[in-house]
Ligand binder design. Sequence first.
Ligand code: CA
Length: 252
Amino acid sequence: MSVFTGKVAQGAELPQSGDNTQVMRILVVEDEERLARLISRVLAEEGYAVETEANGREALMRALADEYDLLIVDWMLPDLGGVQLVKRLRAAEVGTPAIMLTARDQIEDRVAGLDAGADDYLPKPFAFPELLARVRALTRRPWSEVKDGAILGAGDVTLDPVRHVVRHGGETVDLTAKEFALLATLLQRPGQVFTRSVLLDTVWGASPEVYANVVDLYVSYLRKKLDGDGNASHIRTVRGVGYTFEPQPGAR
Ligand code: CA
């Protein structure tokens, strides 16, 4: 057994919080052994159950076969690169949140990572408090405040926070973790306008490194998945302010 999971591997010592939170499982996919070890130790000290994998293809198999709460994925990996890894997971409808680590800090690379389905991006070298902040932001569940797992819905869209299912006009819509969190936030108060900064804070944990138009980017992803061609959008832009969910009557 890895020394890094020592603290959380003992069932009797699982951190218990009032709301019965379970230990978060994180898979660190990083081929630099020393860095992987460091990240594992820092996360384990914070109470996360951490596993590591150095090979991209092996990591894909593990992430497909097992349930993790978060993936931390290096950009350059043996056999299968980080971007391809996340892309294949999303193609297989695995929405586990993913943070990309990379030495590259070009804006195009960030967009490539986010387009592939990554939820956040952290340039190397990074400070560990920064990594921990990102991890906390991505493992937060803004929709978990919904009482008794009540299903959210407005118009022809419903969202089940417990089963993690979104339906539009009866059809299931596949969303990534961040798209789901964004929609859940908007659906908690249909018709209310949410500012970009509130959405950034609620869904992304207001990480200062997350560039501000990530909200716009994800709204565009949601629209692509929710709105039919030529129909009015479910998410209305309130110019200069932010966004609001606007219920649409079912087209069928
Ligand atoms: Ca690497």
